[in-house]
Ligand binder design. Structure first.
Ligand code: NAP
Ligand code: ZN
Ligand code: ZN
Length: 346
C-alpha cells in the first residue's frame, strides 16, 4: 500500500516529505485513513537517537486516530467507517504470560513497536503515524467513542494510556494524594485522569506560566519547582507521584514528599540513569517504580472512560510542514499541551 508522510532520513536531521510502501492488507488487518497523529516526546528522543541507534528512514508517530477504509476477510472487530486508534505497539508474541494477561506492552519477546523497529517477520521496517494511511492487525487497535473530537483523541493513544495505567495500578482515587511532575503531553493527561478519578492532585512544574491552565484542568495545587524551597516546605503526605519529565531531574526532593509506603513512578525516559538516594527510600519504606504505556484492553477501558467523562487532550493542530518547529517547541516545554498533525495535509 502506497503511503505518504514525513520521515527522518538521518539521526537529528529535520523531517522531510517521504513516500513509502506499507505491507499489503492481511486477512486480519484493517487499513485506515489517518485523521490526526500526535507528536510524543518519544518521537523526538528516537529521531535524535537519544535512546541509542535507530532505524532510518523513520516515519515516527504512535498516537494515531483514523477511520477504517478497508478490512481483511477475517476481520470481525471493525467495519469500514469505524473510528479507530493505534498506539505504541502493533503486535506482540500473543502467547507469553503478559500477552495472555492483556499486558502486551510487557511481552517477554518484546512488543512490536509502531515504528523504529521490525515487524514480526523480522525484516519489514515498521513505519509510524506521521502519514496518510496505516495498516494494523484488528487485535491491536481500539474503538474511539463517537462523542470525542478526533484531534483531541490522538494523544490518548500514548500520552493518555501511559498516565491512566499507573493511576489505576496504584489505585489513585478519592482520599489519595497524587502528584504529577511536568505539565507536558503526558503530564496534562495525568492531571485530567487523576482529577476525574477523584484524587487530590498537585502539579509540579518548572514553568510558572502554566499555573492558570493547570488550575483550569482541575489541579488542586500547582508547585513551581525552580526554587527547591517550594518542594522542601510541602507536607510529606503523597501516596503517588508520577514523573513525566523528559529530562533527567533530581528525584530525591520528590521521593521525600512520599508518605509511608508511597510510590514514585518513573514514566519520562531521558536516556540517562538517575541517581537514587537510598536513605530517602528506606526512611518511609518508599517505592520507586516504572510504568510503560498500557495493554490493548486497558487502552479500550481508558478511551471509554474518556468518552464517559468527556476527556480529550488539549491540542495544537499543525500542518506537516510545521513538524520540525513543533519538535523544537516541545523540547523547550513550549507545547500547550500536545502537537497533533492534521494527516489530511500530507
Ligand atoms: P513533553 O510534552 O515534552 O513534556 C515533558 C514536560 O517535562 C515538559 O512540558 C516540562 O513540563 C517538563 N520538563 C521538560 N524539561 C524539563 C527540565 N529540564 N526540567 C524540569 N522539567 C522539565 O513530553 P511528553 O511527550 O509528555 O513525554 C515525557 C517523557 O515521557 C518523555 O521522556 C517520553 O519519552 C516519555 N514517555 C514515556 C512513556 C512510557 O510508557 N513510560 C510513554 C510516552 C512517553 P513543565 O514545563 O510543566 O515543567
Ligand atoms: Zn509516546
Ligand atoms: Zn508476548
Amino acid at each position: 500500500m502506497q503511503s505518504k508522510g514525513y520521515a527522518v532520513l538521518e539521526a537529528s536531521k529535520p523531517l522531510v516529505p517521504f513516500q513509502f510502501t506499507r505491507r499489503e492488507l492481511r486477512s486480519g488487518d484493517v487499513a485506515l485513513e489517518i485523521e490526526y497523529a500526535g507528536i510524543c516526546h518519544s518521537d523526538i528522543h528516537q529521531a535524535r537517537e537519544e535512546w541509542g541507534p535507530a532505524i532510518f528512514p523513520m516515519v515516527p508517530g504512535h498516537e494515531i486516530a483514523g477511520v477504517v477504509i478497508e478490512i481483511g476477510d477475517a476481520v470481525t472487530k471493525f467495519k469500514v467507517g469505524d473510528r479507530i486508534g493505534v498506539g505504541v505497539f502493533i503486535d506482540s508474541c500473543r502467547k507469553c504470560g503478559s500477552c495472555k494477561a492483556g499486558l502486551e506492552q510487557y511481552c517477554v519477546e518484546g512488543m512490536t513497536g509502531t515504528y523504529n523497529g521490525y515487524e514480526r517477520d523480522g525484516k519489514t521496517v515498521a513505519q509510524g503515524g506521521y502519514s496518510d494511511t496505516f495498516i494494523i492487525d484488528q487485535d491491536y487497535a481500539i474503538t474511539i467513542p463517537a462523542n470525542l473530537d478526533m484531534a483531541g483523541v490522538a494523544p490518548l493513544l500514548c500520552a493518555g494510556i501511559t498516565l491512566y495505567s499507573p493511576l489505576k495500578n496504584w489505585h489513585a482515587g478519592s482520599g489519595k494524594k497524587v502528584g504529577v511532575i511536568g505539565l507536558g503531553g503526558l503530564g496534562h493527561m495525568g492531571l485530567k485522569f487523576s482529577v476525574a478519578l477523584g484524587a487530590h492532585t498537585t502539579v509540579f512544574s518548572h514553568s510558572p506560566e502554566k499555573e492558570a491552565d493547570a488550575k483550569a484542568m482541575g489541579a488542586h495545587d500547582f508547585v513551581v519547582t525552580k526554587d527547591p524551597k517550594n518542594l522542601a516546605s510541602l507536607a510529606k503526605d503523597f501516596d503517588l507521584i508520577l514523573n513525566t519529565v523528559s529530562a533527567d531531574i533530581d528525584l530525591t526532593p520528590y521521593l521525600e514528599l512520599l508518605k509511608l509506603d508511597g510510590t514514585l513512578v518513573l514514566i519520562g525516559l531521558p536516556g540517562k540513569p538517575y541517581e537514587i538516594s537510598t536513605p530517602t527510600l528506606l526512611a518511609q519504606r518508599r517505592s520507586l517504580a516504572g510504568s510503560m504505556i498500557g495493554g490493548i484492553a486497558q487502552m479500550q477501558e481508558m478511551i471509554d472512560f474518556c468518552g464517559e467523562h468527556n476527556i480529550v487532550s488539549e491540542v495544537e493542530v499543525i500542518e506537516p510542514s510545521y513538524i520540525n518547529q513543533a519538535y523544537e517547541r516541545t523540547v523547550k516545554s513550549d507545547v500547550k499541551y500536545r502537537f497533533v498533525i492534521d494527516a489530511k495535509k500530507f
